[in-house]
Ligand binder design. Sequence first.
Ligand SMILES: [Zn+2]
Length: 79
Amino acid sequence: MGIIPFENTWPYERQYNDIYFHSCPYCESDYVLTHMKLRDLKRAKEGIKTLLIMPCCNSKMTIMEADDDYFWSTERLRK
Ligand SMILES: [Zn+2]
């Protein structure tokens, strides 16, 4: 995980079985509920590459790793 810069992270929230973002890094929509399942999150936390398609704008986020707060992606998400 050390090789992924912090600019490539984006915070997510988990509430029960839902994974959502306070805002989309691509189109800036508010409160985006993703299609991600808890088992996908578990796999991402194990370092399994996961593709997430944003329901708001169809942008593709390639997640390399996840921790309890952030997704670590292949591209820069923070401006
Ligand atoms: Zn979006």
